[in-house]
Ligand binder design. Structure first.
Ligand code: HEC
Length: 204
């Protein structure tokens, strides 16, 4: 009798521990997706596909941003192939307009019409102009960036990086502004100019 109740007690404890473990275990991807689909509601241009990961995001999530090297190579190449470089071969636009886009965090919300208030939100993650006092530090400082990426190769890189950051660093936290249609070709040219034009405050 005695040993039976000890067994019962131990069995109960094990069940309680298991339940506690389950309660605190990381949710599975499917569970996360179910919650997102339950609580996110399509409105205006904010459609349901926004809560679903594409194959790159999915791979980065399940490998905690460390996919095997051959997959990185393969998927970065696929992202690179999606970049539409300007047909006129000119990567540089108007840095003054680029400055406005870089410092604006607007656009893409359900309240706005598609294409309205297109902002890059670059200051959320980067320092750019030394004159701007407030900026985030998730990304590196881009102050004096023309020195870092000189010449036409530098221009092509910056255009491509803004268009599809994941072509160059698969699991980066930086958004893909061209691939996601957040910024147009002209917008990306203007922001590229903001980063690289010698007259831009970024390079003063
Ligand atoms: C959510 C944060 C985030 C936002 C917003 C963001 N970036 Fe980034 N960016 C990063 C991170 C993190 C890196 C470093 C990792 C990498 O290279 O992908 C980076 C890297 C870069 C680089 C390469 C720097 C180098 O090492 O030479 C450039 C250029 C750049 N960002 C430009 C921009 C521009 C322009 C914008 C706005 C249109 C922008 N970023 C918006 C996070 C961000």
């Amino acid at each position: 009798m005695k040993s039976k109740s000890v067994h019962l007690l131990l069995g109960g404890l094990a069940a309680a521990l298991l339940a506690a473990q389950l309660a605190y275990a990381d949710p599975t991807l499917l569970e996360v997706r179910a919650v997102m689909h339950r609580d996110f509601h399509a409105r205006g241009q904010a459609v349901m596909s926004r809560v679903d990961q594409d194959d790159v995001q999915y791979l980065c999530t399940i490998t905690r941003d460390k996919p095997p090297a051959h997959r990185v190579k393969e998927m970065e190449a696929a992202q690179l192939a999606m970049i539409r470089y300007p047909a006129d071969g000119n990567y540089i636009g108007d840095w003054k307009r680029g400055a406005k886009i870089a410092s604006s965090g607007k656009g893409m919300t359900w309240k706005e019409k598609p294409g309205q208030n297109r902002g890059g939100g670059c200051y959320n993650c980067h320092q750019l102009s030394p004159k701007q006092e407030s900026y985030g530090t998730i990304g590196p400082s881009l102050k004096h960036y023309a020195k870092v990426r000189p010449g036409i190769e530098g221009q092509k890189y910056v255009y491509g990086k803004i268009y599809d950051s994941k072509a160059f660093n698969l699991c980066t936290q930086m958004p893909r502004f061209g691939t996601s249609h957040s910024l147009t070709e002209q917008d990306i040219k203007d922001v590229t100019a903001y980063l690289l034009d010698p007259a831009s405050p970024v390079n003063q």
